[in-house]
Design a protein around this ligand. Structure first.
Ligand SMILES: *[C@@H]1O[C@H](CO)[C@@H](O)[C@H](O)[C@H]1NC(C)=O
Length: 353
C-alpha cells in the first residue's frame, strides 16, 4: 500500500515536472523527425530592422492578386487554402502604398522567448531522400524587404520589395547535421555544421541582415552582391548583429516534401498546404518608371518585383547549395561574405560539384 502510494505520488510529480518542459520543446506536430527540431537554426534579427517576420495570412489579406497591375478574379476567401487557384503570372500586390510604411508590412516582433505571437512566420519542409539522407528547409517569411543604400546615400536605395522569402537548409545524414546553407539574395553560403555558431549547444545561428534579411553565419558587415551589377566591395553592405532572437520553430507550419511526386504533405491535418503550390509572386510587380515612386539608376530599380515562394527554392538539390552554375564551396571556417573572397577556396573547404 505504502509502496503504491509512493509510486503514485512519484508518477504525479514526474508528470507535473516534465509536462511544461515537454510543452516548451514540442511545438511541432507528431511525425516531424526529432533531429529536424533539435538542430533547427535560431535567427538573430537586427535591432534596427523595422521589417520583422510576418504572418502569411495577414500578408495575403492585405494584397490583391494582379497581373500587369490589373486586378484579376480571385477565389473568395483568398487564403492559404485557396492561393493555389491563382495563376503563376499573379503578383500579390499591396492594397496600400508601401512607401508610406503601413503598420502591417512591419510584421511581428518576436517576444522574449523568440516567438512571433499569433503569427505564422515560417515553414519547415522536410525532404527525405532515403538512405538516411534528409534535407530540412527552414523557410522564413517577411512582408517587406528594404534593399539598403549604396555608400549609405539615401537616394541610392535599390531592391526594395513586398514579400521576402529567405531560408536555411540543413543537410542530415542518419539524423546527424552535416552542413548548413544560408540564403543571401540570389545566392548564399554553405558551412559545415560543426563550425557554425550554436545556440543552446545544437542550434546553428543565422544572422538576418537589417532590412534585406539575407542570412549570414556571423555578425558584422557583408558585401551585398547584386547579380549583373558590379559594385566594388564595401559599397553596398548587409549588416548583421546579435539583435532580436527569433525562434522560427515556435510559429511554423511543418511539411513533408516528396520530390518524385512534387507533393507537399502537412504533418498535421489542420495545417493549410495549398498555398505552397502558388506559382506567382508574393509581392508587387516592379513599378514602371512612370510611377512616381519608382527610381531606376544603372539598370537597378528602387522597387523590384516580389519573390516566388518556398517551392521555388530547389527543394531537391544535389549539393547543399542550390544549383546556380557556381562552385558550391562548403566552408570549414566562418567568414563574412566578401566580393573578393566569394569564390576563393580556403584550406579545409570542400567543393561540391
Ligand atoms: C536599418 O534599416 C533601416 C531601414 O530599413 C535603415 O533606416 C537603417 O539606417 C538601417 N541601419 C543599419 C545599421 O543598417
Amino acid at each position: 500500500m505504502l509502496f503504491e502510494l509512493v509510486l503514485a505520488v512519484t508518477c504525479l510529480a514526474w508528470r507535473v515536472w516534465s509536462a511544461p518542459a515537454r510543452l516548451e520543446e514540442r511545438q511541432a506536430p507528431d511525425g516531424v523527425p526529432d533531429y529536424v527540431l533539435k538542430y533547427a537554426p535560431i535567427v538573430y534579427l537586427h535591432s534596427a530592422d523595422p521589417y520583422m517576420p510576418s504572418d502569411l495570412q495577414t500578408h495575403i489579406s492585405h494584397t490583391t492578386p494582379r497581373v500587369n497591375f490589373n486586378a484579376v478574379s480571385a477565389p473568395n476567401p483568398l487564403d492559404l487554402n485557396s492561393l493555389n487557384q491563382l495563376g503563376s503570372d499573379v503578383y500579390l500586390t499591396s492594397n496600400d502604398d508601401v512607401t508610406k510604411n503601413p503598420q502591417w508590412i512591419k510584421g511581428v516582433k518576436p517576444d522574449a522567448n523568440g516567438k512571433t505571437n499569433n503569427a505564422i512566420t515560417a515553414a519547415v519542409i522536410v525532404n527525405d531522400k532515403g538512405n538516411g539522407n534528409v534535407d530540412a528547409f527552414y523557410m522564413y517569411f517577411y512582408t517587406y524587404n528594404w534593399g539598403g543604400t549604396v555608400l549609405g546615400i539615401p537616394q541610392l536605395n535599390f531592391g526594395n520589395h513586398v514579400g521576402d522569402w529567405e531560408h536555411n537548409m540543413i543537410r542530415f545524414s542518419n539524423g546527424q547535421p552535416q552542413s548548413v546553407w544560408y540564403s543571401q539574395h540570389a545566392n548564399g553560403q554553405a558551412f559545415k555544421y560543426s563550425v557554425t555558431q550554436k545556440q543552446d549547444s545544437f542550434r546553428p545561428i543565422a544572422y538576418s541582415s537589417n532590412g534585406s534579411h539575407a542570412n549570414y553565419a556571423i555578425p558584422g558587415t557583408h558585401d551585398h552582391t547584386i547579380p549583373n551589377f558590379n559594385l566594388p566591395g564595401g559599397v553596398l553592405e548587409d549588416h548583421t548583429e546579435k539583435g532580436i532572437l527569433w525562434d522560427p520553430l515556435l510559429a511554423a507550419y511543418y511539411y513533408k516534401y516528396d520530390a518524385g511526386a512534387n507533393k507537399f504533405t502537412p504533418y498535421d491535418a489542420n495545417t493549410p498546404v495549398n498555398w505552397l503550390s502558388f506559382g506567382g509572386r508574393w509581392g508587387d510587380q516592379e513599378y514602371p518608371t512612370s510611377d512616381k515612386r519608382q527610381v531606376k539608376l544603372f539598370g537597378q530599380a528602387k522597387y523590384s518585383s516580389g519573390p516566388t515562394g518556398p517551392a521555388d527554392k530547389q527543394l531537391n538539390r544535389n549539393n547543399v547549395c542550390p544549383d546556380n552554375g557556381k562552385d558550391c564551396i562548403l566552408r570549414s571556417i566562418l567568414v563574412p561574405r566578401r566580393r573578393d573572397t566569394d569564390g576563393v577556396i580556403f584550406e579545409g573547404d570542400e567543393v561540391q560539384r
